[in-house]
Structure formats: structure tokens, C-alpha cells
Design a protein around this ligand. Structure first.
Ligand code: DC
Length: 233
């Protein structure tokens, strides 16, 4: 099986770019953030505090998650209910980042993510895919862009969906989530030593997608040349 790990901060365009590359390559696209978001949603729905470890741990036994691909699009189910839309709300972004700091939450999701990569060729996006989840991934990319650029992209996206947050508010939320995701003790956001850095500041989404696809194809060609060494299970 071939595994491509794409990590990077919130709003770098990972999901759009990874999805486009997966479609071109015929790989399964896995958005691991959806799993953390679903846990954040479950904790909020239970009326608990996503920032309190005891609250979150108390909720975990009640949570059953599954990822399914319907018409090539990933759908996430929380206790049998499709929550793919609801987990995109801004309050869930914050809750997901909070719950993701707890080691028990990361442990709860670790084997699930590895299992998916054992059964299909995948492009998996997240924060710790190249460092922790799939350290032997064939291709690792760290995708980033400046906080201002990421905030601008997210602001336009939210505005299109009818959101009323100002650019400054979105920028503030981006900075807070960056800080939280990269300063937690458990599997913080960082570039794997062997990851290729792709900074898409000033690139359009199409240009970024083309860059990533080229990086993946180059890496895969290189790996194939090394006597099948690129094949990992
Ligand atoms: O990619 P996203 O914005 O949907 O992720 C939501 C939160 O989940 C993010 O703020 C941090 C956390 N996350 C993580 O800790 N590890 C991952 N592999 C993916 C997401």
C-alpha cells in the first residue's frame, strides 16, 4: 500500500488540495481532523467542557466513530449519525483543537487511522500523520501558508456560507488554533524531518494542488526506482 501524509496548520488548504490529488491518483482521501471534530461535537452535545480532560475522558466510552466514502466523498458517522456538516461549525473547530490535546483522545484514534492506511492507498491529512500516525509514509508533505493568507482564505469561505465573522476575528482564531495545535505536549503540529515543506502563500488553490501532485509523483517515481522499497504495509 502507498501512503501519503499531508500535515500542516489550520486553513493551509490541506483538505481541498489532498482531495484533488487523491482523485487524480485514485487514492482514498482521509481527513483525520473530522475524527477530532466529531469527538469535540460529542463532548459539546453531552453538555461537557471540551477543555477539561476528565469531561472528555468520560465521554469517550460513549463515542463510536466511522468513516465511509460515499460517491468518493468522506462522510463521518458519530454513533450512527452522519455529522459531516455539523462538525464544520466554528465552535466545533475550537472544541476539536481542545480535545485533540489529550493523549487519551489521540490514542483512541491512532489505531483506527493506521488500520485505514493498511487497507488502501491513502492520502491522509492532519497534524501528526508524518510524525506519529504513519511515520513510514512513502511521501510526507508539510503544507503551510502565512497566518494572514490562511485567515483570508477561511474568511472568504465562511462569508460565502453566510458567516458574519470579521477578517480580524478569523485571523485571531487562526493564530489561537496554531498556538494550541503546536504547543500541546501530545503529538504537537510539527514538520517531520523527512517531510517536504510546501509553502503556498501567494499560490492559488489550483497552483498549490499542482505543486503537491508533482511532489507526490516525483517521490513515488523515486521510491519505485529503489527496487520496490517504496512499498510498505
Ligand atoms: O484539520 P482540522 O482543522 O479539521 O482539525 C481540527 C482539529 O483537530 C485541529 O485543530 C487539531 C486536531 N487534529 C489533530 O490534532 N491531529 C490530526 N491529525 C488532525 C486534527
Amino acid at each position: 500500500m502507498i501512503a501519503v501524509a499531508i500535515d500542516g496548520p489550520a486553513g493551509a488548504g490541506k483538505s481541498t488540495i489532498a482531495r484533488a490529488a487523491a482523485r487524480k491518483l485514485g487514492f482514498l482521501y482521509i481527513d483525520t481532523g473530522a475524527l477530532y471534530r466529531s469527538i469535540g461535537l460529542a463532548v459539546l452535545r453531552a453538555g461537557k467542557d471540551p477543555g477539561r480532560e476528565a469531561d472528555v475522558l468520560g465521554c469517550l466510552p460513549e463515542i463510536s466513530l466511522s468513516l465511509r466514502h460515499e460517491n468518493g466523498v468522506q462522510q463521518v458517522y458519530l454513533n450512527g449519525e452522519n455529522v459531516s456538516e455539523e462538525i464544520r461549525l466554528p465552535e466545533i473547530s475550537k472544541a476539536s483543537s481542545q480535545v485533540s490535546a489529550f493523549p487519551a483522545v489521540r490514542e483512541f484514534l491512532l489505531e483506527r487511522q493506521r488500520e485505514i492506511a493498511r487497507s488502501s492507498n491513502v492520502i491522509m491529512d492532519g497534524r501528526d500523520i508524518g510524525t506519529v500516525v504513519l511515520p513510514f509514509a512513502d511521501v510526507k508533505i508539510f503544507l503551510t501558508a502565512s497566518p494572514e493568507e490562511r485567515a483570508r482564505r477561511r474568511y472568504l469561505e465562511l462569508k460565502e456560507k453566510g458567516g458574519s465573522d470579521s477578517y480580524e476575528e478569523v485571523l485571531q482564531a487562526v493564530r489561537e488554533r496554531d498556538y494550541q495545535d503546536s504547543h500541546r505536549a501530545a503529538a504537537p503540529l510539527r514538520q517531520a524531518q523527512d517531510a517536504v515543506l510546501a509553502d503556498t502563500t501567494g499560490f492559488t488553490l489550483e497552483e498549490s494542488a499542482a505543486l503537491i501532485l508533482r511532489l507526490i509523483e516525483e517521490k513515488m517515481k523515486g521510491a519505485a526506482g529503489k527496487d520496490g522499497e517504496g512499498e510498505r504495509t
